[in-house]
Design a protein around this ligand. Sequence first.
Ligand SMILES: Cc1cc2nc3c(=O)[nH]c(=O)nc-3n(C[C@H](O)[C@H](O)[C@H](O)COP(=O)(O)OP(=O)(O)OC[C@H]3O[C@@H](n4cnc5c(N)ncnc54)[C@H](O)[C@@H]3O)c2cc1C
Length: 375
Amino acid sequence: MPWVQVRTCEASGVVVAIPRLPVGLSESEVTATLQTLIAGLLAQRKIERPVLWYYTPMMLLFTRGIEAAAVVYDMDELADVDGKLVPMPINRTTLNLLYGLDLHDDDAAEAWLASRAEPVEVVKTSEDVVVSAVGRELYETFFQGYTRKQWGLDPSELDKSVTARVPTRTNTDDRYFTDIFQAMPLEGYTRMFERMLDHENIRVETGLDYRDIVDGVSFDKLVYTGPIDEFFDHCYGPLPYRSLRFQHETLDRPWFQSVATVNSPAEATPYTRVTEYKHLTGQSHPMTSVTFEYPTSEGDPYYPIPRAENQALFKRYEKLAQARPDVIFSGRLATYRYYNMDQVVGQALATYRKMDRIQPVIATELPDIAASARS
Ligand SMILES: Cc1cc2nc3c(=O)[nH]c(=O)nc-3n(C[C@H](O)[C@H](O)[C@H](O)COP(=O)(O)OP(=O)(O)OC[C@H]3O[C@@H](n4cnc5c(N)ncnc54)[C@H](O)[C@@H]3O)c2cc1C
C-alpha cells in the first residue's frame, strides 16, 4: 500500500513528507499515486493554495493539479534522450534513470563515473573536458550532437570553456544554475527595463544603427555594446558568431511538455531546445505557447564562438579598441565573450566604477538626429 511517512524536525518545525510506494509500479502509476498522496496530505492538514517551491522539475508531474498561492521555480532543464526525460546537467538522477541504476549517494555516483571516465593527458578541447570526466558514452549522448548543432563545430574543435561551463554532479541537484538567489522580475524584463530607462536624462531610440547618428551627438564617452569587429568595419575580417532561429508556436492544448525547457541533445533532431513559457509565468490558460530554437550561422549575432583562433582575432580588434579612450566597449559582443546576464551586469558595474567621472548628456539638448537618420 502506498503511504506518506511524515516527520517534524524538532529544531525548525519543518515537516518532511516522504512518499513510500510499492516496488514495480509503472511511470504513469507512480505519477498518479503521488498525485493522490499529495492531495490527501494537503486535505488532511487543511492546506489550501500552498506556496509551491520547486527544487526539482521532476516534481511538476505530481503537483500539476494543485492551485498555488505562489510558485517559486528555479530554472530547470531536462534533456530528452530517446523519449526519456532526464535532468541536464548530468546528476545522479540522470544516471539512475538512464541506466536503470540505484546509485544511492555521491560516492557511488562518483565511483560509477570514474569507472567510465577516459583519462586525457592534457585537457584542451570541449571533448577532452567531458570524456575525461564522464566517459565517451555520456559524452556522445549529451554533448557531441548538442554541441555540433549549437556551435556548428565538433566539441573537439571548441575551447574547453564551452563544455566546462556545464557541471557534472554526483548529487541529485537538478537546478541548471546553483546561485542562491534566482528570480524573474515580477512584471517581466520589458517592464523592468522600461522603468530603468524612464529618466529625464535618457532618450531611447530603437531600430537605428549608432553610425547613423553618432556624428550628430557630442559626447565624452560612448558606450558601445555591439560587435567589436563591426565597430572597426571588419578591417581584420569578421569575427564568427552563432545565432538562433526562433520558431514560435501557439498550440490548442493546455500543456506541451512537463517542464519549462527540454533540451534535445540528439544530432538527428534539428532544434536544440523547446521552451514552454507557462511553466515560468504560472499562467493558467487552455492553450499554450512554445518556442523551438534552431541554431544557425546567419542572423543576429548572439554567441561569440570560443576558439583559440577567434580569440587571437579578437585580440587584434581589442588593440584598436584600446586606442579609443573615448569609447567604452562593454558586453558580450563588444568584448567577444560568452557571458550570461549576471556576468554582463557585473562587467557593466565594474566598468562604471572605473570611469573617472560621468558627464550626463541631457537628452532634451540633443538635436533630433535620430529622426533625420530614419527618414
Ligand atoms: C537564446 C538565448 C538565451 C539566453 N538565456 C540566458 C539565460 O537564461 N540566463 C542568462 O543569464 N543569460 C542568457 N543569455 C545571455 C544574455 O542574453 C546575454 O548575456 C546578455 O543579453 C548580454 O547583454 P549585452 O548587453 O552584452 O548584449 P545584448 O543583450 O546582445 O545587447 C547588445 C545591444 O546592442 C545593440 N547593437 C548592436 N549593434 C548595434 C549598432 N550597430 N547600433 C546600435 N545598436 C547596436 C543590439 O541591438 C543589442 O540591443 C541568453 C542568450 C540567448 C541568445
